[in-house]
Ligand binder design. Structure first.
Ligand SMILES: Nc1ncnc2c1ncn2[C@@H]1O[C@H](COP(=O)(O)OP(=O)(O)O)[C@@H](O)[C@H]1O
Ligand SMILES: [Mg+2]
Length: 356
């Protein structure tokens, strides 16, 4: 087991620089999740760590070894991808044992390692089947099993669950959490699934265009996003963003003229243009509230209802209510934004910090 350090890593494909200076220290045994929009460089970053791509610049250190120039086989990492390439004519047992067999391990040791991995992943009853006799989830579990038999220094996962259906994805997500608890190895996990990122990660790394926007524990990113990008990327449904003007001690005026209090000081000149952010669960319906709107759509999801409310300024915001909300479409409502949860962003998109 080992930590992973990235120092000013760059990667270009021809003229195009897709990783633009990444610095990151992943601790031994840590579970780190990479998120970011499609094409931002998550897979490339993972492949650079695994040695499947060569860095154009910078340093990659695993444990206490600089592996920047080493081929994948000398990095002692295991990678699991979205497509689980199992050998179709080998049984589960043979598929799982194959990496060890290739490494020249004695038969008894291969058998023991396969048995242990099978126990961890509850694959025991399937060991003599062929891949075609398995479901998608079982095949992915075999692929993970094959990656754990080698007891690698760290695991790299690239969207390993995105080919599975929703129910199975939930089940496998829990299995990966258990696996991490049991093996206590360093794991780097790429996903575009909010829930996977929020539930699995010790720390989430948010990427955008080949750079890191913010690193932190899931709830810290959720509660204190450093900028507009992270604020709108983390959280589903998304944070509501409204434009307006700040005019002094925590006062904010929306485009429709309604005035709100916040607990962030607006620095600089009066009447500063800013963006305001508020999550759907931090808006209260209040007959005396300063913000006026009309319910356009009610989405009842069971535990929650989401109200899509049209504001007078023309924007629509999302308000979270209990699942049994009695509110109907076309109803006029007034709202209050809880001041301690109002986020403000300067014209460059950087979050303004809370007052002490
Ligand atoms: N082998 C390659 N050659 C050229 N461009 C590549 C190659 N691999 C990835 N890219 C480009 O690098 C960018 C990042 O890709 P990728 O790391 O796969 O993004 P993500 O995994 O975040 O969706 C994309 O614009 C992609 O087209
Ligand atoms: Mg990818």
């Amino acid at each position: 087991m080992a930590g992973i350090v990235l120092r000013d890593v760059h990667k270009s494909f021809g003229e195009v620089e897709v990783i633009r200076g990444v610095d990151l220290e992943i601790e031994d045994r840590e579970f780190v999740v990479f998120v970011g929009p499609s094409g931002c460089g998550k897979s490339t970053m993972l492949r650079l760590i695994g040695g499947l791509e060569e860095a154009t610049e910078g340093q990659i250190i695993i444990g206490d070894q600089d592996v920047t120039g080493l081929p994948p086989a000398e990095r002692s990492l295991s990678m699991v991808f979205q497509s689980y390439a199992l050998y179709p004519h080998k049984t589960v047992r043979e598929n799982m044992g194959f990496p060890l067999k290739m490494a020249g391990e004695p038969k008894e040791q291969v058998a023991a390692a396969v048995q242990e991995a099978a126990n961890v992943l509850q694959l025991g009853p399937l060991l003599d089947r062929l891949p075609k006799e398995l479901s998608g989830g079982q095949r992915q579990r075999v692929a993970i099993g094959r990656s754990i038999v080698r007891a690698p220094l760290a695991f790299l996962f690239d969207e390993p669950l995105s080919n599975l259906d929703a129910a199975l994805r939930v089940q496998m997500r829990v299995e990966i959490a258990r696996l991490h608890r049991r093996l206590r190895s360093t794991m780097v996990y790429v996903t575009h699934d909010q829930v996977e990122a929020m539930t699995l990660a010790h720390r989430i790394v948010v990427f955008s265009e080949g750079q890191i926007e913010q690193i932190g524990p899931p709830l810290e990113l959720y509660e204190n996003p450093a900028n507009l990008f992270v604020a709108t990327f983390i959280g589903s449904p998304m944070m509501n963003i409204l434009s307006g003007k700040g005019f002094g001690e925590g006062q904010f005026r929306l485009e429709d003229g309604s005035e709100l209090k916040t607990d962030r000081t607006l620095t600089g000149a009066a009447e500063t243009a800013v963006q305001m952010g508020i999550r759907p669960e931090h808006i209260e319906l209040d007959s005396e509230g300063p913000v006026h709107g009309k319910i356009a759509v009610v989405e009842r999801l069971g535990a929650d209802s989401f109200l899509h409310v049209d504001l007078e300024a023309g924007t629509t915001i999302l308000v979270r209510q209990n699942g049994n909300s009695f509110l109907e479409e076309e109803t006029k409502v007034r709202m209050r934004f809880l001041p301690e949860y109002v986020h403000l962003f300067n014209p460059e998109g950087k979050a303004l910090t809370k007052n002490a």
